[in-house]
Ligand binder design. Sequence first.
Ligand code: PBG
Length: 350
Amino acid sequence: ASVVSGPSSARGSSYALAMRRRPRRNRKGAAMRGMYRETTVGPENFILPLFIHDGDDNQPISAMPGCFRLSREGLLKEVEGAYSEGIRAVVLFPKVPDNLKTSDGAECFNPDGIVPRTVRMLKEKFPELLVITDIALDPYNSDGHDGIVDKTNGKIINDETVEQLCKQALCHAAAGADIVSPSDMMDGRIGAIRDALDGAGYTDVSILSYCAKYASAYYGPFRTALDSDPRFGDKTTYQMDPANVREALIEAELDLEEGADMIMVKPGLPYLDVIKTLRENSPLPIAAYQVSGEYAMIKAAVANGWLDERKVVMESLIALRRAGADFILTYFARPASRWIAEDREAARKY
Ligand code: PBG
């Protein structure tokens, strides 16, 4: 653009660039910006992860300020609050006492275990709430792994683990779970679980597959919350290498073939490219999991006065949606829903 002179400015300055395209025209006010905003996010896009335990108190989780291992009462209050804010989906993560942990994780399909009991209670009180359960052995496994460990060589045994996961899924379906969500990353588990559910008549129970779940350090606070750290080794023989994206395409293809209804990318913000790649290559709805470490990082910076919580949380949620996530598992679901309601109210008034 060249500089021209003439009465081009309301301020009376004669300095003006000769430009036909001025992108700022489209940003000139809230009404203008609102008219063509490409991405929105609302409580209907959120799944609220909730930690539960068998105890009478709500126990604070140190690296996740504002999150608690909830008692029965605490959970009901939390869900009631979330429901009133427009949230219609929760996923449950149990803290299981050591004396119930075994090397085969059999507590995971105890019909009187904490998860099925909680599912029954929630479905009774909130019939319209989508109750999602996590399918994996780690909270119940004395080795802290998502699968059964072969004691002779320390390997995670795939197919025997899948058999346990099927029993777990059936147990949760029998309790009334709307969606089961395998987070274990064993091979073939989606198909096996689909067959098991269908064989038992649970054709309506959906499967949300942790499709591209990376071996991530961002799960640290979650494992502390549930005391589910692997007792030895790491999860790199089943969770994906953070360096890879093509592998996610294979997982997504298998999940589609095997009958997954929805797929997930986890963690969230560091893996926006994975979300986008799957969005472009899979017809399935996609979830992003903004995990415990992402939550902890924001909370820590906010506690130091370094970031504006509301703005940074909303920006991260919009970014996940923009990359292609249909819905988001986030520990910020409740505050974000309140902020969105405030913004919508304010937009009616300006
Ligand atoms: C376990 C599971 C994990 C998370 C969800 N399900 C941890 C892991 O794989 O070790 C992490 C969630 C978070 O960090 O918020 N199957």
